[in-house]
Design a protein around this ligand. Structure first.
Ligand SMILES: N[C@@H](CCC(=O)N[C@@H](CS)C(=O)NCC(=O)O)C(=O)O
Length: 209
């Protein structure tokens, strides 16, 4: 049985969405960050970085949301969620998978880190305008990439859409402006998929159960 360790809501939603899309049975272990579970010896044995998401598939323990999503698509190739290695589709897929984590997400992560995620003594104030500007640069590129397509690669929904749309949802919650109508309709279309709604109903097991 696949096991996902995460927190709702967080980047583990990306992996949970991917699991729901793939149809694979899995167990979801919910970490109580406030109680320090992400830094417990039991969890650090899985991920020494103390971060979620973590996927356990038998002997394999995998971190990094993008890598986990690609792995799941490769593991269940009939889903078409990760294009086959060596194809042009895979090359473009990888492009957007790297873009979302290195360009689109970073301004939001910088904002979150300096607001609450890193120790107080390392936080810098006054980054608001900088991160909004950086986000808008990435968003303009994304808008051009989406164009009038259904999904980032065309008609085929892939893990790249999960990564991008989860990140856009995060942007909305973090009060970043998204004015491009093609981006808004693309995001709303993907976030309305049944797999997204199913995540909320999933049983959340405590760590160690
Ligand atoms: N690049 C990693 C980032 C993972 C990450 O930073 N996760 C956050 C929650 S969304 C976390 O576990 N933070 C706990 C910490 O920094 O101590 C990924 O995409 O999986």
């Amino acid at each position: 049985m696949l096991k996902l360790f995460g927190l709702y809501p967080s980047r583990s939603n990306r992996v949970q969405w991917a699991l729901e899309e793939s149809g694979a049975p899995y167990e979801f272990y919910h970490l109580d960050f406030a109680a320090g579970e992400s830094k417990s010896p039991e969890f650090l044995a899985l991920n020494p970085g103390g971060k979620i998401p973590v996927l356990q598939d038998g002997e394999l323990v995998l971190t990094e949301s993008g890598a986990i999503c690609s792995y799941l698509g490769d593991k269940f190739p009939d889903t078409g969620l990760t294009p086959a290695a060596g194809t042009e589709e895979r090359a473009k897929y990888d492009q957007w998978m790297f873009f979302v984590q290195s360009e689109l997400e970073q301004p939001m992560w910088t904002k979150a880190k300096h607001k609450f995620a890193i120790p107080k003594k390392y936080r810098v104030e006054g980054l608001g305008a900088t991160v909004e500007w950086e986000f808008q640069q990435a968003l303009a590129v994304l808008s051009g990439g989406i164009g009038d397509k259904q999904c980032i690669l065309g008609d085929q929904f892939t893990m790249a859409d999960i990564m991008i749309c989860h990140t856009l949802g995060w942007a909305r919650i973090a009060n970043f402006e998204i004015e491009q109508s093609n981006v808004v309709s693309y995001m709303e279309r993907q976030l309305a998929r049944p797999a997204v709604a199913r995540m909320a109903d999933k049983e959340r097991r405590p760590l160690g159960s």
